[in-house]
Design a protein around this ligand. Sequence first.
Ligand SMILES: C[S@@+](CC[C@H](N)C(=O)[O-])C[C@H]1O[C@@H](n2cnc3c(N)ncnc32)[C@H](O)[C@@H]1O
Length: 266
Amino acid sequence: MSKTLVQQQFGAHAAAYVTSAVHAKGASLTRVVELVGPKAGWHALDIATGAGHMALAFAPHVAKVVASDITPEMLAETAKLAAAKGHTNVETAEADAEALAFADASFDLVSCRIAPHHFANVPRFIAEVARVLRPGGTFALVDNISPCAETTPGFAADDLAAADVVYNLLEKIRDPSHGRALTAAAWRGLMAGSGLASAHQEIMDKTMPFRPWVKQQSVTAGRIAELEGIIEEASSCLAAFLKPAAIEGDDFTFTLRELVLIARKV
Ligand SMILES: C[S@@+](CC[C@H](N)C(=O)[O-])C[C@H]1O[C@@H](n2cnc3c(N)ncnc32)[C@H](O)[C@@H]1O
């Protein structure tokens, strides 16, 4: 994905990510802290930190957190939020996930939450994580995943592959800086041989109200109608993945899935 497009898209909507429920309060925040078990002396790096929610969740438990991102407006929001919450051990740094501006083996913990689907070169990102982690260090990944047998059992491989394409199209119509959400199996394939050994994996559901989801990225009325049409006409496989459900006030919810993966540098 074009880094300029990412910076434009997130630069224009940075403030919305401070209060976005799925980012600020999503269940994966506390789950990741629980699974990682951070230690008081650790130096942590959060990649593609957005408004800094993952970095700030780790801040009370570690010595220092570097919250990094490619979009300066996002880092400004992170710095404001860290100050407002009284965290004095958080520093921000502009850094590309695929070319991290940090020394080898310089972190005990590296995290990255709800962001790799924007990265053009995920293998390069994984190699950079492995490079900056000390041996025995922990990698915590959370990202949206696309329909597969693990999220949506009982469908043929062709149906799942088609649903994967349409799900990624939905994301791209809503946010042109979306690259590709991978399947859980694709993530496992990319991790194999990376020097990061998977220690735990789970898939978490998150229920998204549609109108706040499109508002967060200032989606035009025409594109909102296009998204609604795609969801209304979804294949049975995609509908089983998205689980659209009417709610009050001319809105509906749908379900996304996050892969939570914890790995150790070998
Ligand atoms: C959805 S937001 C991240 C959410 C945040 N991690 C959280 O847990 O709330 C995606 C972020 O990825 C950043 N990003 C996208 N591509 C990047 C890259 N190549 N390197 C670093 N950051 C990137 C964007 O600037 C944006 O801030």
